[in-house]
Design a binder for this molecule. Structure first.
Ligand code: HEC
Length: 152
């Protein structure tokens, strides 16, 4: 029994070393299947998943790919942008970034980014994701999508 587990775990290690070329290696979640379908026809998925971009840039890349022939409905396009932003975003520190950096990096509106900075100035540095949920006026869906990109 033990050697079976060993062999299985070695496969796991090999998969990580070889990079996320196979859809099995990709993070689970909403949009994954659409991403695999829309984005693997012309090049490997690793061409995509080695990049870490903020949402605005993923939007630009996906629109560019659609203009090159990637096929999907508007809803599919939004799902892929969201999947990529969630899992292959560019993390930033929510306590040391300026409102402008939060706006560019996480795609909150200018007003919402200001809210975050004002809250942090009034109440002290954010320590956990749960504290961010208490900030009134934030887009909850976007906050959830950007969860992995927020460092403390
Ligand atoms: C119809 C073919 C096609 C499909 C489908 C396609 N791509 Fe591409 N992709 C290309 C080509 C061609 C290049 C090379 C462009 C270059 O080097 O200028 C490329 C390059 C890239 C790059 C690296 C260059 C860059 O702009 O950063 C990324 C990232 C990328 N594609 C993402 C995606 C994503 C995400 C999808 C799915 C939404 C996708 N591709 C689907 C044709 C495609």
């Amino acid at each position: 029994m033990r050697w079976v587990l060993f062999v299985i775990s070695m496969f796991g290690v090999a998969a990580v070393i070889s990079g996320a070329t196979d859809s099995d290696d990709l993070p689970e979640g909403k949009g994954k299947a659409i991403f695999v379908r829309m984005c693997s026809d012309c090049h490997g998925l690793d061409q995509v998943t080695t990049s870490k971009y903020p949402k605005k840039q993923w939007t630009y890349v996906v629109d560019d790919m659609v203009s090159r022939g990637a096929e999907g409905s508007d809803e599919d396009v939004n799902s892929v942008i969201s999947y990529l932003s969630r899992n292959f975003g560019k993390p930033l520190n929510i306590n040391t970034s300026t409102a402008k950096e939060i706006e560019t990096g996480l795609s909150f509106t200018a007003a919402q980014s200001e809210l975050l900075v004002r809250y942090r100035t009034d109440k002290g540095a954010f320590k956990t994701y749960e504290e961010l949920l208490k900030v009134p006026g934030l887009d909850a869906d976007l906050l959830e999508e950007q969860k992995k990109n927020i460092l403390f």
